[in-house]
Design a protein around this ligand. Structure first.
Ligand code: PMV
Length: 373
């Protein structure tokens, strides 16, 4: 597939108005994406677990606009955004940029007024990025409109609209909203970025991990410890940009390719010790890139390190397969297999939750992707 394949030929149906709702999950990367080329193409491949409980639910209502008065002037996009029922002017510029980036691929965008109503299953101020779930939910709603516009005499233009095409284009669009959002359309393991280890992988959209995965990784658990709910001091966009001219960038990109290749054999064999070593190294490398950028920055907090040390000690003492990963923030994702969940969750509640802001944490696990409601 190339990006030209996502430019629609013609729509067959006229629609005056409608309402569509999708829920879409967040995801957590095992091999991290950090650094991008033009048009949100990643510098290296990444792979993520799709989550199950952390989701955004978005309802998109649309009404055809009367453009006759606008005459020759290109009309602006027309939309309003609500979070939990409250109008959010602050979200508009991000969506405006998103619409500008995807207009070529969804030429109906200026024809309608959109009302975007969104809510998250996790607290907005939890420090969990809602951009992956939020952008993927919106991309899916827009794809549902495109699908309706592509109906030919009550049947979908099948040649154009297979489920694969729908998901690929939804992922392609979501990527243009927020890179990692392209890994939130499906589950349970998604690869994004070209890798010679993964057939069909692409920088344009996420693909389902196509190889065998050992039983050990089924229903894998992710308990998210919320350490700092404040606004991040450095956004992901700024962080990605600091990988340009970063002294370690090329080695890091190469390492991500190698780690993905290694993870492939770990996922097949079910070797949990190797899995933990790989994901923890990826998490710390991500933060090492931040600390060695110019300007440098640190997103971990003292409690992030307290928790990491507690996890290491507990693992040493018990031999249980508890590990962690981090995203671009202070929160810790504690990852562990289902069969050890009881003891590990007890440890988390007794020993780790004290380090969370207001004792807040979220129990999640590997999930299977977005759903239309
Ligand atoms: O999708 P963005 O631009 O918010 O970047 C996300 C980057 C990480 O979460 C740190 C890593 C990843 O692969 O998700």
């Amino acid at each position: 597939m190339t990006k030209q394949d996502f430019i629609p030929k013609a729509y067959h149906t006229k629609i005056e108005n409608g309402t569509i709702t999708w829920e879409s999950p967040s995801n957590i990367a095992l091999v991290k994406y950090w650094g991008k080329k033009k048009n949100q193409i990643p510098e290296n491949p990444s792979i993520s677990f799709t989550l199950d409980n952390c989701k955004t639910i978005t309802t998109l209502s649309f009404v055809k606009r009367d453009l006759s008065t606008v005459l020759k002037v290109t009309p602006d996009f027309s939309f309003e955004v609500f979070l939990d029922g409250e109008k959010k002017e602050g979200f508009k510029s991000k969506i405006q940029t998103f619409f500008e980036r995807i207009e070529l691929y969804l030429p109906f965008l200026r024809d309608y007024h959109f009302k975007i109503e969104t809510s998250n299953t996790f607290p907005h101020s939890s420090g969990i990025a809602s951009s992956a779930s939020g952008m993927s939910a919106l991309a899916l709603c827009l794809m549902s409109i495109e699908k309706e516009l592509s109906v030919i005499s009550s049947a979908i233009d099948k040649s154009h609209f297979s489920d694969d095409y729908f998901n690929q284009k939804a992922s392609f669009l979501a990527r243009l909203g927020s890179g990692s959002a392209c890994r939130s359309i499906e589950g349970d393991l998604i690869v994004w970025g070209e890798s010679k280890s993964v057939e069909g992988s692409s920088g344009l959209f996420g693909v389902k991990y196509p190889y065998q995965v050992h039983e050990n990784f089924k229903e894998y658990q992710d308990t998210i410890l919320l350490i700092d709910k404040g606004e991040k001091q450095v956004s992901s966009t700024v962080g990605h940009n600091l990988m340009h001219n970063h002294p370690f960038a090329q080695n890091r990109f190469q390492q991500a390719h190698e780690n993905l290749e290694e993870l492939k054999s770990i996922l097949e064999s079910g070797n949990l010790d190797k899995f933990i070593a790989l994901i923890e190294s990826e998490a710390l490398t991500l933060h090492a890139m931040m600390m060695t950028s110019m300007p440098y920055f640190i997103l971990m907090k003292p409690n992030t390190l307290e928790i990491i040390n507690k996890i290491w000690n507990f693992r040493k003492d018990t031999g249980l397969h508890i590990g962690f990963t981090l995203d671009a923030g202070a929160n810790v994702h504690v990852l562990y297999p289902k069969k050890e969940a009881e003891v590990i969750l007890e440890f988390i509640k007794n020993e780790l939750v004290a380090y969370c802001q207001n004792g807040h944490y979220i129990c999640d696990r590997i999930g299977f992707g977005a759903k239309q409601l």
